[in-house]
Design a protein around this ligand. Structure first.
Ligand SMILES: [Zn+2]
Length: 150
């Protein structure tokens, strides 16, 4: 894929929380799942096994750092860590905080699950409260990654 056509090469720089040596940590800005951080390898690399052992360790290391900071500051019921990358040739990891009252729990966020009106209202209220706590998580994550990688 030509970088000009690649949405991850042309991503909105305002979403970048931290630029590491070989990866970016970004706020996925998902309106339904606000606690969603994505770690994207800079270069066009399709599979984890295309990376060297050291690069894999670097990438997984930051994924687990993000998970730990998300746990500490947002205390989700569960954190989902996923690598799909079916649409772009950039290895990337999704780190997603999940709560029992989010719209698709306990299924994957990409699943479809019908919610009752009450469930939709509870999910919306939870998202609103989470949105207020998000800046603290992002600030803590930026500070933590700065301490590790700067
Ligand atoms: Zn790209």
């Amino acid at each position: 894929m030509n970088p000009i056509d690649c949405p991850l090469c042309r991503l909105d720089q305002s979403t970048v929380l931290f630029a590491g040596p070989h990866w970016l940590a970004i706020d996925a800005q998902d309106p339904v799942y606000p606690a969603f951080t994505r770690i994207i390898w800079h270069a066009h690399v399709k599979e984890m096994s295309d990376l060297t052992r050291l690069e894999r360790t670097d990438l997984m290391g930051v994924v687990f750092e993000v998970e730990a900071i998300m746990r500490k500051h947002l205390n989700p019921d569960k954190i989902n860590v996923a690598s799909l990358g079916n649409q772009v040739p950039h290895v990337h990891w999704h780190v997603i905080g999940r709560w029992h009252n989010d719209p698709t729990f306990p299924d994957a966020i990409w699943s479809t699950k019908a919610q009752s009106a009450d469930e939709r209202a509870r999910s919306a209220a939870h998202r609103k409260s989470l949105a207020r706590r998000l800046p603290e998580y992002h600030d803590a994550l930026i500070n933590h990654l700065n301490g590790l990688y700067s």
